[in-house]
Write a protein of this length. Structure first.
Length: 399
């Protein structure tokens, strides 16, 4: 048996590479000689910059920038040269991710993407011709306004005075946008964004309503954020002539997608479509007897471009069975069967606190993969026994 292990990371717990390593250990516990292929996947969130930079044998640039709650944080991005093009790889999760927001400060009304803009500027200073930005695992919902300010955009109040957008709630105070000082290099630099294509900025399915609660917003704060983002979209439409309200991917990372499109001249892409240019999985899947994938949570949203469903979509082309392991089995997880995942299970073995589950995750991933392979072996033996009985029965009938 040859097994391809193509996991995502477990948010705020393990990177994709750490999950893949634990999966391989579990397979080796089952059979030390089993053939395995590890392909740690990233979806634009945690680990995106490091993974792409490692694949391209580039350099990781470390820099102090403004974090999501306004304090200076240690961040990074990657840079590599290829075909006479200097490419920078920026990961918003490494500067404004949810993991970087202290649990007692998780309020998307007061978190900023300013540091993302600072990384873009630094990449431009280092001569980047092409910038790839991964949107995922964000702790912000400011529509990318913080990022825009770092790029030179000014927001004005009703009296035409400059105001500082320090979070989603401040968007409501803005009455005008001034792009006079926007960095001109953005017009000559190709910027592409890997994002969740189903995320939109405004409306019932907008980021405030769908993701606000996940980032710590109360029902009342969700309403404030929703109204603020609606006003923000109106300003962009009025001053720039760009309608970002229902733009596919515009709601990525709390609206950062919309901000990048409107102010940085960026092109938005379904994240898996862009990432597949760097991480090749088709050959691995085509040669495998089984694919095991993983995600921190599996629910109704997983079918909308999350790594397990995208891996399954590719596997369907080669008729390769897919099994998913997950930390949490959420609402309507069974929808993933329709996405091509043949079976899924949680690694959690007993009631524990979140902290305990995160500590035990590597061990439980190992045990889950070992258990999956043992169950498959039982099924194969039963199938072989039935085949022998059927064959022997036919021969007996002929005699």
């Amino acid at each position: 048996m040859k097994v391809a292990m193509i996991p995502s990371g477990f948010k705020e717990c393990l990177s994709a590479e750490e999950v893949a390593a634990a999966m391989k250990n579990g397979a080796k516990r089952f059979d030390p000689f089993i053939k395995t292929e590890k392909v740690p996947m990233v979806d634009g969130g945690e680990g995106f910059a490091k993974t792409i930079t490692r694949i391209k044998q580039g350099e990781l640039i470390h820099k102090k920038v403004t974090g999501p709650v306004g304090e200076q944080v240690d961040s990074h991005y990657g840079i590599f040269g290829e075909n006479n093009i200097q490419t920078a790889v920026i990961e918003m999760a490494a500067v404004a991710g949810l993991k970087m927001v202290p649990s007692n400060q998780r309020n998307p009304l007061k978190t900023t993407t300013y540091g993302v803009g600072e990384l873009i500027i630094d990449a431009l200073e280092k001569g980047a011709d092409y910038i790839i930005i991964g949107c995922g695992d964000s702790g912000t919902s400011d529509g990318g306004a913080g990022m825009a300010q770092a790029l030179g955009v000014r927001f004005l109040d009703e009296n035409h005075r400059s105001i500082y957008i320090n979070g989603g709630e401040d968007l409501y105070r803005a009455a005008a946008i001034d792009t006079t000082d926007l960095d001109v290099r953005l017009q000559q630099t190709k910027i592409e964004v890997a994002c969740n294509w189903t995320n939109v900025l405004c409306g019932k399915k907008g980021v405030a309503n769908v993701f606000g609660p996940q980032k710590g917003a109360t029902p009342e704060q969700v309403k404030v954020l929703s109204v603020s983002l609606e006003r923000y979209a109106d300003l962009i439409k009025y001053h720039l002539g760009i309608d970002v309200r229902q733009m596919p991917g515009g709601g990525a990372s709390g609206g950062l997608g919309a901000g990048l499109y409107a102010f940085a001249n960026a092109q938005l892409h379904p994240r898996f479509e862009l990432i597949m240019d760097f991480i090749q999985i088709e050959e691995k899947i085509a040669q495998a007897d089984l694919v095991i994938t993983a995600e921190g949570s599996l629910d109704f949203q997983s079918v909308n471009g999350k790594i397990p469903s995208e891996v399954a979509r590719v596997a369907q082309q080669y008729n390769t069975p897919v099994v998913a392991i997950t930390g949490t089995v959420g609402l309507d997880a069974e929808l993933n069967y329709n996405a091509g995942i043949h079976a899924y299970s949680s690694i959690i073995q007993k009631p524990v606190t979140l902290e305990q589950a995160m500590f035990q995750a590597p061990k439980w991933i190992e045990e889950s993969v070992e258990g999956i392979l043992r169950h498959i072996t039982i099924g194969l033996r039963m199938s072989q026994q039935r085949e022998r009985v059927f064959t022997n029965g036919d021969k007996a009938g002929q005699v």
